[in-house]
Design a protein around this ligand. Structure first.
Ligand SMILES: C[S@@+](CC[C@H](N)C(=O)[O-])C[C@H]1O[C@@H](n2cnc3c(N)ncnc32)[C@H](O)[C@@H]1O
Length: 270
């Protein structure tokens, strides 16, 4: 094994994690509830001339799907590695480098979205509330917010954590990354939980494997997330001034369900 590194940042620049994000997202869309039709549908019905703002836009796959419908959209993300990909793949969209808990674009939108658990990557409760306050400030009166979270399965939130590892199917290396013919093995290693702060940390390993099955590059990243209980989420939205708060368990609009998704929609008052 060569080049093993531990990074505290989940999407390090030049690393295999950001480079393979879209591959994993495509797999996720096949295996689980696909967020893209939901966010494009609400963008179509709620956005007009002020457009859509995506917070935690990552590589831009959701904003790009919205832009394809002819709807104005902008994205904001903290990670230079993710924004590099968004800019390279979708150069016609405006991408902002910024922290969703503390930003001011000086304008308002019809719709703000935080798809695919972006709010959970903010790992402090007060910061999560600040992100919702910033979203509120960037909405026109009557504008809407939509976001999704993982509803915590309490068996996986216990102090002892989870030592089990799970290996994803082997991927071909993303275009332009790694040696010709090499493949990518991704393993979700152990997970630690802190029920006091509602934070959990997943250890991910990314390995480039050559055609002879030798590991020629290995990287480790820690993914820190904060779980949010549904009553807490509703209260946070209320405290931030949102009204017409609605919650679903999936992107089809089914009612709330324990240990499923939390899909939230709310409005800034008129
Ligand atoms: C799971 S990804 C979702 C990306 C994209 N929304 C999608 O659905 O593919 C979460 C994104 O949130 C970004 N992020 C985490 N904390 C952030 C913060 N405080 N401000 C802005 N972006 C943040 C990460 O860099 C990452 O790109």
């Amino acid at each position: 094994m060569t080049n093993s590194s531990i990074s505290d940042e989940f999407y390090p620049e030049g690393g295999l994690n950001a480079a393979s994000y879209d591959l994993r997202a495509v797999l996720d869309r096949k295996l689980f509830d696909d967020p893209i039709p939901f966010y494009t549908r609400i963008a179509k019905s709620l956005a007009s001339e002020l457009g859509v703002l995506e917070l935690g836009c990552g590589t831009g796959r959701i904003s790009a799907a919205i832009a394809e419908l002819g709807i104005a959209v902008e994205g904001l993300d903290l990670s230079p590695a993710m924004l590099d990909q968004a800019r390279a793949n979708h150069p016609d969209i405006t991408w902002h480098s910024g922290n969703m808990c503390d930003f001011d674009l000086g304008r308002q939108f019809d719709l703000v979205i935080i798809p695919f658990r972006g709010l959970q990557e903010v790992t402090d409760a007060a910061d999560q509330r600040r992100a919702l306050e910033r979203a509120f400030a960037h909405l026109k009166p009557g504008g809407a917010i939509a976001l999704d979270l993982m509803d915590p399965d309490l068996r996986y939130c216990l102090p002892e954590g989870d030592p089990e590892s799970v290996e994803l199917p082997i991927f071909l290396m993303p275009d332009g990354v790694g040696k010709p013919g090499s493949r990518l093995r991704i393993t979700a290693m152990e997970r630690t939980n802190d029920p006091l702060t509602q934070r959990f940390s997943e250890h991910w390993r990314f390995e480039e494997i050559d055609p002879d099955n030798h590991v020629i590059r290995a990287e480790d990243s820690w993914h820190h997330l904060r779980w949010i209980h549904r009553s807490e989420m509703r209260l946070m939205l209320e405290v931030c001034g949102f009204v017409s708060i609605t919650e679903f368990s999936d992107f089809q609009g089914n009612p709330p369900k324990y240990a499923s998704n939390q899909v939230w929609m709310a409005k800034r008052p008129d």
